[in-house]
Design a protein around this ligand. Structure first.
Ligand SMILES: Cc1cc2nc3c(=O)[nH]c(=O)nc-3n(C[C@H](O)[C@H](O)[C@H](O)COP(=O)(O)O)c2cc1C
Length: 383
């Protein structure tokens, strides 16, 4: 299989599986516990149907939207994900440049393998930084201040990862601290020499944003779950979030909001957006899918705060359904990591091109000339 054989997220996933050693592939692909939430995040889009309008003159269709203070070319962007160099040696350079080329947000994780400063050199498109609240307040402040100096346009605080989720695939493959690779996993590294040689002889990667502040686990890529459990502040509360919003002073999203109550509190503390998300099913298994919770949250707060749907997106029509229920934009994680693993920057560009085309084609077939025309009457949950 080659990149030119990839037409949809499933194809990119297959190629990623072919290219990556097993432990790495399963780190991307897996979810928490029984992976019920992971599966539901995508299957919940099938519970409803789109209702097209016809004869509406769709000779000009504008699929751009404005979110977090930025106009983006289409209503889908890259969620923050950890350690891109582990999936492809070009790492965040590949993903940030692909996002820039397609005129959409790139989100940089606190746990990235490129620093805030490097990414601002790589790409000049709109960038969001994803913050975790560390026990060391100085570290959190340092991240916020560096983003201001480096021209980042928005920030999000992840609120659903107070401890690491139980990812059993990682235990089975030995993607743990310390690494406890099984014979099968070791064999898998040996069977992927392209990846393994780059890893052994290429530049060593590290958690570039935080390596200078702490030596706990930041240079051992296998220890990410330990890092979360040791460094993140489990006393994180609304005051921490409010402090980060004030210190940042620009567009700010809370990522991982799932309840109406929390959405209302996000407004009270001055957030400009919420990302409805369960971390791609990687944290609390059994939690509701973002799409299933979207309508309730939009009905309660959609006129007061931007609502972003994060998780489960595999098709342009998934984005259309979310927008019809009132989301401002959608974001995705796994889909672009498969594409990155499958083919670096050209891989991510191919995926973005396919999804952008699907959104544009879908809106044309729906008879919608702009995202504003994707309204609630265009979707039904009736049988
Ligand atoms: C491999 C991987 C690493 C991730 N790392 C982070 C991270 O560092 N910070 C964060 O807020 N979310 C992280 N996420 C969650 C994503 O931002 C996003 O919420 C999730 O992937 C959306 O679901 P989807 O994968 O179905 O699109 C990660 C997801 C994956 C798959």
């Amino acid at each position: 299989m080659k990149l030119s054989d990839c037409y949809n997220v499933g194809d990119f996933r297959k190629l990623a599986k072919q290219k990556l050693p097993k432990p790495i592939f399963h780190y991307i692909d897996g979810g928490a516990d029984d992976e019920v939430t992971l599966k539901r995040n995508t299957s919940s889009f099938d519970k409803c149907d789109l209702i097209p309008s016809v004869l509406t003159d769709v000779s000009h269709v504008d699929i751009s939207t404005t979110v977090l203070g930025q106009k983006i070319n289409f209503p889908l962007f890259l969620s923050p994900t950890a350690m891109h160099q582990m999936y492809h040696s070009d790492g965040e350079k590949a993903t940030s440049r692909a996002a820039e080329k397609f005129g959409t947000f790139f989100s940089l994780s606190t746990m990235a393998t490129s620093s805030i400063e490097q990414v601002s050199e790589f790409a000049s498109g709109p960038k969001m930084f994803q913050l975790y609240i560390h026990k060391d307040q100085g570290l959190t402040d340092n991240l916020i201040d560096r983003c201001k100096q480096s021209g980042f346009k928005a920030m999000c605080l992840t609120v659903d990862t107070i401890v690491a989720g139980n990812r059993e695939r990682d235990h089975r493959t030995g993607f743990t601290t310390p690494p406890s690779l099984t014979l099968e996993s070791l064999f898998s590294f040996a069977m992927h020499p392209e990846w393994s040689l780059k890893y052994l002889f290429g530049p060593k990667f590290k958690l570039a944003n935080i390596a200078h502040m702490t030596n706990k686990g930041t240079s051992i890529e296998m220890s990410i779950m330990d890092y979360i459990n040791q460094q993140f502040d489990t006393s994180m509360n609304w005051k921490h979030a409010e402090y980060a919003i004030k210190r940042w002073g620009g567009p700010f999203a809370l990522k991982g909001i799932m309840s109406v109550e929390d959405a209302k509190r996000a407004i009270d503390i001055g957030a400009s957006a919420i990302m409805i998300s369960n971390h791609g099913g990687r944290q609390l298994d059994g939690s509701r899918s973002p799409f299933d919770q979207l309508e309730t949250i939009v009905d309660a707060v959609g006129d007061k705060i931007e609502v972003i749907l994060d998780g489960g997106i595999q098709r342009g029509t998934h984005v259309l359904k979310a927008l019809a229920l009132g989301a401002k934009a959608c974001s995705m994680g796994k889909a672009y990591l498969y594409a990155l693993s499958a083919g670096g920057q050209p891989g991510v560009e191919r995926l973005l091109s396919k999804l952008k085309d699907e959104i544009e084609r879908g809106m044309t077939l729906m008879g919608c000339r702009s995202v504003q025309e994707l309204t609630k009457d265009k979707i039904t949950f009736d049988k």
